[in-house]
Design a protein around this ligand. Sequence first.
Ligand code: 5GP
Length: 205
Amino acid sequence: MNLSSGAILVLSGPSGAGKSSLIRKITNHIGPSYFSISSTTRPKREGEEDGVHYHFISLEEFKAGIEEEIFLEYALVHGNYYGTSLRPVKQALKEGKLVIFDIDVQGHDEVQNRLADITTSVFITTPTLEELQNRLSSRSSDSEEVIKKRLEMATREVQRISEYDFLIVNDDLNVAAQTLITIAKAARMKIPAHHINEFVQLWAV
Ligand code: 5GP
């Protein structure tokens, strides 16, 4: 699939690893970018806004979206649906932007299947499971039950780090942000296969 002159940066990793903080920290330092706002059926957390953090929609609306094939990818995560709408992503890619996704390992798999040519991926995690537990507990926006689910999920997701181009261990937020800025800048420079082929053709004697 060729959509663009833009590029995609996929960020995955356990909830609580600091993906959102990192995205906030890097956005002014990586050139034109677009953060893909996912749709989800999960309840809104305290401090979250509809249309900013997520589009919070009902299960019925989500299922209708699946039927209408509006999602580039979607997945069931911790018992709730999450999905990336294709249309705004297409638009941002056409405008040459770096499109940033905060999606889980299943979503990453799907994006790689469809848009590997222009995709760079990063797995972001805390140094240890204990540290993740501490961060989730201090966030206090999730119940014990939800935290338990997220920790179980994290141990499973970590097994799939090798599917990613880069790993960032988010020990120090400033250091992690600098690393992510470097990766984001390089992601823009990834050359899609068809451009390489065109270039090679030009050199054909
Ligand atoms: P949270 O509920 O903590 O906001 O997110 C839970 C998990 O869902 C995170 O791993 C996050 O990356 C993932 N997620 C958020 N949006 C999407 C999406 O559109 N698609 C997929 N596949 N995963 C998503």
